[in-house]
Structures are given as C-alpha cells and as structure tokens.
Design a protein around this ligand. Structure first.
Ligand code: SF4
Length: 337
C-alpha cells in the first residue's frame, strides 16, 4: 500500500515545460500539516481489509530533496511517528537527479526513506535541454549510483514523446537506463497539460504530441526490454484521477485510462502470433494458456486478441486457459482437432 502526499512543485528550481501537478494530482493543501498527515494515513490504514505489511508513505509531485532540509525533516518526522509504531514500513520520495548528494541521502535514510525515484525523463541531453529540465544525463547516472551505494532503492522515470524526440532516441534512453540497473522504472507518454509552456508550444504549432499508436509502440518496446532485463516497470501512463479526467485538463496527447493494459495486451498478441506461427493451426482447435494474472491481457480489450488471432490464422476454435504453473508473461499452445 502506498499512501501518497503531493507537494506540487515543492523544491523545484523552475517548472519543466510539461509539468502541471495541479492538473495531475488535483488541489492539495498549501502546507501538509501534522493533523492532515495523521488523518490521511489513518484513513488509508482503516480502508485496508487487513493490516498492510509494507505500507509506504510517498511524497510525490515535486523535488523533495530541493526542499529546505528542515522542511524535509518535518515531513519525514510525521512519517517517522507511524514507522516507530510499525504502522507503516517506510517512505519513498520522488526528486530531481541534480539534487542528490551523500549527506542528504544519509538523512533520508535515517528518517525511514527506502526508495528514491528520480525524474530522468530522457537519456539524451539535447532532449532534456529542450524540455527545460536543467539537468544532464550525467546527473542521472551519478544520482542512481549514489542512491544505490547508500543502500536505497533507485527508481527512474522516463517520458516518451518529449519535444524533438524520435523513436530511436527513446529506445536509446531505455537502453541507457537498463545499463544503470535501477530497481524500478516508471514510463509516461508526454501529454499536453493545460497551463504549461508545452501547451503554448502546442497552440503555436511548435509541438505535436505522439499519437496513441506511436506512444503504445514506444512503451511496448520499453516494457519488453525492461522485462528482459529483469527491471520492474511499476507504472506505464498517467494515473487516471478525477482531476485529469476533467475536460480541459489534457489538451492533447496519447492519454488512455487503461494505457498499460493496452500495451500489455499488444505484447501478448505479438507473443501469440509468434507461437502460433510455429505450428500448423489453420482450421484446428487451439488452446493458449497463460498465468492466471495474464489471462485478460492475453484476451485483449473486449476479446480483441482472440478475434484477431482466430481470423489471422483461420482457427476453428481458440480457447484461453489459465494455469498457475505457467510463468507470468509467458504462454503455451496446445493444438487439437
Ligand atoms: S522537477 Fe518534476 S515536479 Fe518539478 S517542475 Fe520538473 S517535472 Fe515538475
């Protein structure tokens, strides 16, 4: 269980061109008070059916390590009260790669932080510059190394479709992030959010976001490569919130509330095509078996994969089965009849 707190643009030296945390997270209190913190954590803990073993408090939406140190400690101390009572396990923060130093990391660790997620967004310096990030890819490399040397888990955020990015640039970024061996990754297709400099560029005709198929294609590449490298991808696509769903929040871009599930279904379709191509299946009955958690991805949205495979291979019948013995992310085929 993650109990999120948002510090919209807290500690940020400036605003990156695509960023508008008010649109993504919704209205937040100006200052997180002890009472607000306590109330929110208790509400989350109460909502769990069983006491969660690894409940984490997260500070998102800003540059946590850019906050004044006293402010960081004030917030971490709120979480510390729950950690000492064993009600929550640890804290995670998101922050910028150019605000990571050894002393700061030791303080975070002493106050219960176990995961530091950094916004890399791209591993191409020219693209970072065009996005107004104000840091370099070398900062990302240094930050991941420092976080992991401190014994903390490092997360890396990547974006697809930043201004000037070609598909090859994104794939290059994925490969460089794999080389850093982070503990987890998040991937976000770039959206044009209201109230951002990117929205002005879009209106002026100086930026065109990715279409949904291209964004899906890039994220599919990333998911496949990170899976092959054994690096968990903990999010793909922006979380659907009432705020983001409000008309006028997203002006343009490849938003879909079930973005990840579409990407994963498409990966399963590719896998099924490759498996079926190796057998003579035309006019026959086929059973595809996946792990139980993968069944709906294998079927695709509204059974689209099943319909498409039946048509493509001229199958008499295609059944989907689940087997707890089947490894996640894999499938096997049985041809009968
Ligand atoms: S550093 Fe992160 S939170 Fe701050 S402006 Fe840039 S994207 Fe937004």
């Amino acid at each position: 269980m993650i109990i999120p707190f948002f510090i919209p643009n807290g500690g940020c030296p400036h605003r990156c061109i695509f960023c508008n945390p008010e649109r993504t997270a919704g209205p937040q209190p100006e200052r997180i008070s002890a009472a607000h913190f306590e109330e929110r954590v208790q509400a989350h803990l109460r909502s769990a059916r069983r006491r969660p073993e690894n409940a984490e408090v997260a500070f998102y939406g800003g540059n946590f390590t850019g906050l004044a140190r006293a402010e960081q400690i004030r917030l971490l101390e709120y979480a510390g009260r729950f950690i000492r009572k064993s009600l929550i396990h640890s804290v995670r923060i998101s922050t910028r790669p150019d605000h990571i130093d050894g002393e700061g990391l030791s303080i975070l660790k002493a106050y219960g932080v176990r995961t530091v997620e950094i916004g890399a967004q791209s591993m191409v310096d020219g693209i970072l510059q065009a996005a107004g990030r104000g840091h370099s890819t070398a900062d990302v490399e240094r930050a991941v190394g420092r976080i992991q040397r401190e014994g903390l888990r490092a997360g890396v955020h990547l974006m697809a479709g930043l201004p000037g990015e070609r598909r090859g640039d994104f794939e290059y970024s994925v490969e460089r992030v794999i080389g850093l061996r982070p503990d987890m990754v998040r991937i976000h297709p770039t959206l044009v959010l209201a109230g951002t400099p990117l929205a002005e560029r879009y209106r002026d005709g100086n930026y065109e976001p990715l279409g949904l198929p291209e964004a899906l294609g890039r994220c599919k590449y990333a998911l496949r490569r990170f899976a092959e490298a054994g690096i968990p991808v903990i999010r793909v696509g922006l979380q659907s919130t009432p705020e983001i769903e409000k008309p006028g929040s997203i002006l343009a871009g490849p938003y879909h509330p079930a973005f990840r599930s579409i990407v994963e279904s498409s990966l399963f379709l590719d896998m099924a095509v490759s498996v079926l191509s190796a057998h003579f299946v035309c006019g026959r009955q086929v059973v595809l078996t996946s792990a139980p958690g993968d069944e709906s991805r294998l079927r695709g949205q509204r059974n689209e994969n099943v319909v498409s495979l039946k048509r493509r291979f001229g199958l008499a019948e295609l059944a989907i089965a689940a087997d707890p013995g089947q490894a996640k992310g894999t499938l096997r085929v049985a041809v009968c009849g």
